[in-house]
Design a protein around this ligand. Structure first.
Ligand code: ATP
Length: 294
């Protein structure tokens, strides 16, 4: 599904490198667990080229794990991930990195590194460990810094940045990978409200301008409801709800997926759902809400 504005060309089609066949991302019957801990069970998810999907769910429900599976950093124990018609299991790490960029939830700052050097790592990721940087990579990096509004920061030291500043630079690093699919794991972490909105609006704008397919983990259901085409809710290792915000962001979703009692209204101007969380549900109420989400 896409917002009004019509069908979008996939990032792969845009670059001309990979013809789009099927959805940009298809997660088909994927299960995954870490030793002693099953996390995802038989998850199905299709993301069409150009869609912006918000992934929500409680801490530890498997959101980051799902993104890592889609980025090819983990292999499913059952099922498969297919990118524009190609089974991820058959793509090399390098080929995958040309198609999918993942902004991790957090990463340790490497001492002594400038912003320019960090953002250039996005180019190395796109080229693989032995890939040489090429002419034009500097332009891609400069554009990525401009995209997140920090064009003048190239020579700043990464370890001197605040958490929020570093987060924006890390987003630039993911953009510098110049992929058609962008996976963002809590891109607004550490950001003040103003910069949260700036980053989310940047993601929306770049999605439009570059026909990106975006899946982002968000803890703020209000942001998910406002900015995403679709909200996908994980619970108990499965997809518990999946649909456009206007349909699925309801008090039942708040209770059944996020374990919070609350109300949902509508933004008087934009029309998107607005959440009014009230209180966390007690464990026995959580169980009672099991059957009320769709
Ligand atoms: N490398 C790992 N080894 C073992 N267990 C792990 C590993 N990474 C994650 N887990 C466990 O897998 C489960 C899912 O973790 P994941 O990070 O995917 O959750 P999440 O939904 O992204 O959580 P959060 O909202 O807190 O970021 C959690 O119980 C976590 O403790």
């Amino acid at each position: 599904m896409s917002r009004p504005g019509g069908v979008r060309e996939s990032g792969a089609a845009r670059s001309g490198a990979v013809p789009a066949r099927g959805p940009a991302i298809a997660v088909e019957g994927v299960s995954f667990g870490y030793p002693g801990r099953n996390v995802l069970a038989d998850v199905d998810l299709r993301v069409e080229a150009g869609e912006l999907v918000a992934l929500i769910g409680l801490n530890g429900c498997g959101k980051s794990t799902l993104l890592r599976l889609v980025a090819g950093l983990l292999r499913p124990s059952a099922g498969r991930v297919v990118l524009a018609g190609d089974d991820l299991a058959r793509l090399s790490r390098r080929a995958t990195a040309r198609r999918v960029a993942l902004l991790h939830q957090s990463a340790p700052a490497v001492p002594g590194m400038t912003v320019r050097q960090l953002v250039k790592q996005g180019r190395y990721a796109a080229r693989g460990p032995l890939g040489m940087l090429r002419d034009g990579d500097d332009d891609v990096c400069a554009r990525a810094l401009g995209d997140v509004g920090v064009a003048g920061w190239s020579d700043r030291m990464v370890d001197s940045l605040s958490g929020g500043e570093r987060q924006r630079v890390r987003l630039a690093m993911s953009l510098a990978q110049d992929t058609g699919v962008l996976l963002l794991d809590e891109p607004t972490t550490y950001l003040d409200l103003r910069h949260q909105l700036e980053v989310l609006q940047t993601v929306v704008r770049l999605r439009e301008e570059r026909s990106l397919t975006v899946v982002m983990v968000l803890h703020d259901l209000g942001h998910a409801a406002r900015f995403a085409d679709r909200v996908v809710a994980l619970r108990g290792g499965r997809v518990a709800a999946d649909g456009p915000p206007a349909r699925i962001v309801t008090p039942e979703l708040l209770a059944g997926v996020l374990g919070v009692a609350g109300r949902v209204g509508r933004d008087p101007e934009g029309g998107w759902p607005v959440c009014y969380p009230d209180h966390p549900l007690a464990p026995e109420e959580l169980l009672r809400n099991d059957n009320h989400i769709h």
